[in-house]
Ligand binder design. Structure first.
Ligand SMILES: Cc1cc2nc3c(=O)[nH]c(=O)nc-3n(C[C@H](O)[C@H](O)[C@H](O)COP(=O)(O)OP(=O)(O)OC[C@H]3O[C@@H](n4cnc5c(N)ncnc54)[C@H](O)[C@@H]3O)c2cc1C
Ligand SMILES: *[C@@H]1O[C@H](CO)[C@@H](O)[C@H](O)[C@H]1NC(C)=O
Length: 536
């Protein structure tokens, strides 16, 4: 009698036969996307180890009354061709997105509802036409920054390979050469330039645009279409992925201390100092990798997908991998950049801004001539570049969302709520020229830099690094010997491993799928090899 068992594809039969154990480190978008793909392709032994007590990683939506505030990712950048957009769109997450939550254009130039108010530190608003004139000039130069990568334009001296240095230089020359502007207008434009560069560094999550590589800047690729906010929270996208991953697969509060890899060669050796009996029981021969959790638990695996951020890798790659990572991978980790961009939400009982105002931009006139924007510690607040008005008020109330990045963001993280709220209120009073602005009702802020499992907001191509370093970061270990297929013991996913879409949610998601596909193909190949053997 034939038993009616589910008809399995050859691939599924192959997987059932060898039952590879896969551990995914991290339950952010990359980790969950990887786990989902694996489970959907017949892998059954998948475990996700997440250090924190929640899923989502750098996607964190916080409920605040009617509103959902995003401490991390906010916008789906681009529409058609963006897998996060399609996931959200297909599942109705964008049905209630309003015009105020949908915007077009380059990130810093969102044409949102209303008008950005550029205010100086003497409390005056810069006229709109002057802002527009400057904005056009700045954008012309931004277009020039794209040519270095796209058209292979040479940068000249390596010391000049910096978006910040190039932009400041070219924009300043154009400002100084304009015969129509008075000295005071020139000074205002020079100060606006500094403010634009602060905004840009918040967007690229670099300490300063001076650290962002000019020759590589254009490799980051924009997906066309508007930017969308998900009214129900970006976490809904994470939850959609998690829905395909059974709860038992994801283990929260399981920080990984060390990944022991390259073990096949060590089988039969005397156990090293870290090994004890329990250990060997947990790691029967045949599992080339052991993942050691903070509490000492050992999880044996055939393959591990590491999705910890570049910040975590920078800080702890030495202790996280045994044996240590190959030199070229360490170099890539050291060369690529990641810094912190934080948000500061302030809620007011009443708006002190006019209804058409969509943001308040802080322009420090005394910074017009500065070469670098590095501040002494006590002046950290000068790095806060702007406050956006969250719109519509029916959803958000009277809520401002401020931006700060770099070392100064870390200093902000160290202050208490009271100090930050007071400092921000002082800034708002000074720049709007309104001394009567009350203190906010509530403050909420992110602290991505000091989060030990994140350590930064997202990656950028730092001066001296390139897309090649991104590839090296993404290459699985151990490296393939020329004749054999790579054994894929340790694979790397996460935002920073995507060459064109680094720094984004879609980059993270695609990187997880990419690494899952490597394994899916590996077992497909193994099956094909088996199938062609005689007498199977
Ligand atoms: C302030 C801010 C604003 C942003 N805005 C946008 C935006 O508007 N649009 C956009 O597309 N993107 C945005 N991003 C970027 C986006 O959030 C990230 O690119 C993406 O979420 C990264 O996903 P990931 O899976 O690569 O990494 P993560 O989300 O960092 O996931 C990695 C997970 O690994 C866990 N982990 C780390 N170390 C260990 C360990 N030792 N053991 C176990 N687990 C560990 C972490 O806890 C984390 O959950 C923003 C990010 C920030 C911080
Ligand atoms: C992995 O093991 C092989 C075989 O013992 C050894 O030659 C190689 O150096 C090891 N790789 C690392 C990175 O330790």
């Amino acid at each position: 009698m034939l038993k009616t068992i589910g008809v399995r594809s050859p691939k599924e039969r192959a997987l059932k036969a060898c039952k590879p154990r896969i551990v995914v480190i991290g339950a952010g978008l990359a980790g969950l996307a990887a786990a989902k793909s694996l489970l959907e392709n017949g892998f059954t032994d998948v475990t996700v180890l997440e250090a924190s007590d929640r899923i989502g990683g750098r996607v964190q939506s916080v409920q605040h009354g009617q509103a959902t505030l995003e401490l991390g990712a906010t916008w789906i950048h681009g529409a058609h061709g963006n897998p996060v957009f399609h996931l959200a769109e297909d599942n109705g997450l964008l049905e209630h997105t309003t015009d105020g939550e949908r915007s077009v254009g380059r990130i810093s130039l969102y044409t949102k509802n209303g008008v950005a108010h550029y205010q100086t530190n003497s409390g005056k608003r810069i006229p709109k036409d002057l802002v527009e004139e400057f904005s056009d000039l700045y954008n012309e130069v931004y277009e020039l920054t794209q040519e270095f990568f796209k058209n292979g334009k040479p940068v000249g001296a390596e010391s000049q390979n910096s978006v910040g240095i190039f932009t400041r230089d070219v924009v300043r020359k154009k400002i100084m050469l304009d015969p129509d502007d008075s000295e005071s207008t020139k000074r205002l434009k020079l100060s606006m330039l500094q403010q634009y560069l602060k905004v840009e560094s918040c967007e690229s999550s670099s300490p300063s645009m001076d650290e962002v590589s000019l020759s590589e800047f254009g490799e980051w690729t924009e997906i066309p279409g508007a930017h969308h906010v998900i009214p129900g929270g970006f976490i809904k996208v994470v939850e959609l992925l998690a829905r395909a991953v059974p709860a038992r697969v994801v283990r929260l509060g399981r920080p990984v201390r060390r990944v022991h890899w390259n073990r096949s060669a060590r089988q039969g050796e005397t156990p090293d100092a870290g090994d004890h009996n329990e250990d060997r029981r947990a790691a029967p021969p045949g599992h080339p990798v052991r993942v050691e959790c903070e509490d000492g638990e050992l999880v044996p695996a055939d393959h591990v997908i590491v999705t910890a951020s570049l910040g975590v890798l920078k800080k702890s790659h030495e202790s996280l991998f045994s044996p240590g990572l190959p030199e070229d991978k360490v170099l890539a980790i050291e060369k690529l950049g990641i810094s912190t961009t934080d948000k500061i939400f302030l809620e007011f009982a009443e708006p002190f801004w006019s209804p058409e105002c969509n943001s308040i931009q802080f322009v420090w006139e005394d910074e017009a001539q500065l070469e670098q924007l590095a501040y002494p510690e006590e002046l950290w607040y000068r790095k806060i570049c702007s406050f956006d008005v969250l719109y519509p008020p029916e959803r958000y109330g009277y809520m401002l969302s401020g931006w700060i990045c770099g070392q100064e963001a870390l200093l902000m993280e160290r202050c208490d709520d009271e100090t930050v709220a007071e400092t921000c209120t002082e800034l708002l009073r000074k720049f709007t020229g309104n001394p009567n602005i009350p203190k906010p009702r509530r403050i909420l802020r992110s602290s991505w830099g000091s989060n030990p499992y994140i350590r930064g907001s997202y990656s950028f191509t730092r001066v001296g690094s390139s897309g090649g370093d991104v590839e090296r970061l993404a290459t699985p270990l151990p490296y393939a010997e020329s004749t054999k297929a790579p054994p894929l013991q340790v694979l790397f996913a996460g935002e920073a491993t995507h060459r064109k879409y680094y720094s984004t949610t879609h980059g993270a998601l695609l990187s997880g799928q990419r690494e899952a596909n490597r394994l899916i193909e590996l077992y497909q190949d193994l099956y094909n090899a088996e199938a062609t053997k005689p007498n199977m």
